[in-house]
Write a protein of this length. Structure first.
Lengths: 295, 260
């Protein structure tokens, strides 16, 4: 059997795939955080909670309305986005003129409250969610067995991330968003409804987290704490990539997932800390992050 | 006895109506009418009752020292200050209570002092950014004919443009939107004389096209030949106003106000 540095190829490739899957989640979540931070100047600590609610949305839709995965993939992010609209209009709106710290504290508090409510209602044991029929099973690629669902997660998240990047960097709508990020007052003076754009951007960012949650639900147990587990790593990803950079957050998310996966192969003990070690090094060398600009 | 002919209801109030019609007529000729305007940034009270009127098709300057409140007057029109009080009528529509993004849509184009070119957008994206506020703006072709440099540099990032190009772009992008009232803040500041000359020509062309222009200017030599009227501001109020014809006679007074 082929080996790479004494590791069987099969194990190497499956960890690589696992890393890519994790990286896809990091990418989607950090992308949403980056877009929100860019325009709203809010460090959205509730992001993991919206991810968790996306997954719960899928589970609830199936449990109570009998709507399958494919409906959930559309409806659950929309519901999470609407909740985002509510949060932005009722709470975040009052914080824009204040220091970052207030937004961070508010969203952190919000995360604790929402997570507490879900724990109270559903417990922490986790609810199983089935892989949809269409994506069951695995494909034998000859050199490895590829579980169909994991391949779908990578493809779906890449498509969503790059579509987002395209809209922001290449379209008129994206030009408004970039202009609003750079100079909201002037953009508004030109007649662009910036307050509405801010609301929709927050809604979109958290809906992206909700979408990631639905994608994750067949892989991990749907659990009120799932957001907590991932968000710490995602914030490290955002710090490494640089706050506010769109492409940076996508690329950093994917590559850190892969690095994490490979560390599991070569030195498993370090796999859960490698991201933070990289974060520390990046902060020492480039405090604004790999793709970030000094402000 | 013959009865007096009844005056039909539709004839009554004729005088009132007539004055209404005539004020409406003068109001449509007034592009901008500001009265009793106060403005604040947080606690600091910057404008103390500004009154000014600009007729359609007029070019008017706001002169004065730094800190006299000229930039703040422009910003107040767009609602870009902390808070404001008084009356600001643009084309007869009261703007004091409107949010900033709606004020642009009553026909104002704004060119800020710092030019406000978005560095993350290309020159062309900058040019196309401001939404159309009224029909009948200049076409891209006409704009590129007026500013040929911008066509050459259209794919350059906003941050890569020279100061002169940025100023041209900041002017050009508000001509596309159909706004007929242009608020231009210190457009000649820090630019080479040849570019200042070009800008002077551009202002002349815009005036011929019927634009109404409010210029905040430090460079009096640039402003004098193109303006119809001048307002002098001091301590957040209008201190003097005079027409271009009176300029000669007012030079001494002006030197005193501007300290030049």
């Amino acid at each position: 059997m082929t080996e790479i540095f004494g590791i069987p190829l099969q194990a190497f490739l499956s960890q690589l795939l696992l890393g890519l899957v994790n990286g896809s989640f990091y990418a989607m979540l950090s992308l949403g955080l980056a877009v929100i931070f860019g325009l709203l100047n809010i460090v959205n600590f509730a992001h993991g909670t919206f991810y968790m609610m996306g997954a719960f949305g899928a589970w609830l839709l199936l449990q109570y309305l009998g709507l399958n995965y494919w409906f959930a993939l559309i409806l659950s992010p929309i519901a999470v986005g609407l909740l985002g609209v509510l949060v932005e209009k009722s709470m975040l709106r009052w914080l824009y003129k204040l220091d970052h710290l207030y937004g961070l504290l508010l969203t952190f508090g919000l995360a604790l409250v929402l997570e507490g409510l879900f724990r109270q209602q559903f417990g922490v044991s986790g609810q199983p969610y089935q892989v949809p029929d269409l994506l069951r099973g695995a494909t034998n690629l000859g050199f490895m067995i590829l579980p169909n669902y994991r391949a779908w997660v990578v493809v779906a998240s890449l498509v969503v991330c790059f579509a987002t990047w395209y809209v922001i960097e290449r379209t008129k709508l994206g030009a408004y968003l970039r202009a609003g990020t750079e100079n909201p007052a002037l953009t508004q003076a030109f007649g662009v409804n910036v307050p509405r754009m801010v609301t929709l951007t927050y809604a979109f960012g958290v809906a992206l987290a909700g979408f990631a949650g639905v994608l994750a639900s067949p892989i991990i147990q749907v659990n009120p704490l799932m957001g907590n587990n991932i968000i710490i790593v995602v914030f490290a990803v955002v710090v490494i990539g640089g706050m506010g950079s769109i492409l940076g957050s996508i690329l950093t998310g994917l590559s850190l997932g892969v690095i994490e996966g490979l560390t599991k192969v070569f030195y498993p003990e370090a796999s859960s800390t490698v991201v933070f070690v990289i974060m520390a090094i990046v902060l020492l060398v480039r405090p604004a992050g790999l793709f970030g600009k000094e402000k | 006895m013959r009865k007096c002919p009844r005056i039909p209801a539709s004839w009554r109030l004729t005088w009132e109506r007539r004055t209404k019609v005539s004020t409406a007529a003068t109001e449509t000729k007034t592009a901008l009418s500001i009265s009793g305007l106060h403005a604040w940034y947080g606690e600091s009270h910057i404008l103390h009752g500004v009154d000014l009127k600009v007729h359609q098709g007029e070019v008017v300057t706001l002169l004065g020292r730094n800190g006299a409140g000229r930039t703040t007057t422009l910003k107040s029109i767009l609602g870009l200050v902390g808070s404001r009080k008084g009356s600001i009528k643009v084309n007869g529509i009261e703007a004091i209570g409107l949010p900033t993004h709606q004020i642009a849509h009553i026909g104002i184009g704004y060119c800020p002092e710092e030019r406000g070119i978005f560095s993350s957008l290309t020159a062309e994206e900058n040019l196309l950014l401001p939404p159309e506020v009224q029909a009948g703006g200049m076409t891209i072709g006409e704009i590129y004919a007026m500013f040929p440099n911008l066509e050459e540099r259209r794919h350059s990032q906003g941050s890569r443009l020279s100061g002169g190009e940025q100023q041209m772009l900041a002017m050009a992008r508000i001509l596309r939107t159909g706004a007929h009232l242009l608020l231009l803040d210190e457009i000649t500041e820090g630019l080479a004389p040849v570019i200042v000359q070009t800008l002077g020509r551009v202002i002349g062309q815009l005036k011929d096209r019927g634009f109404t222009i409010v210029l905040v200017e430090q460079n009096f030599r640039f402003a004098a030949p193109i303006a119809d009227r001048h307002y002098v501001m001091e301590h957040g109020r209008i201190a003097e106003t005079f027409s271009a014809a009176e300029l000669e006679a007012k030079m001494d007074m002006l030197h005193e106000y501007l300290g030049v």
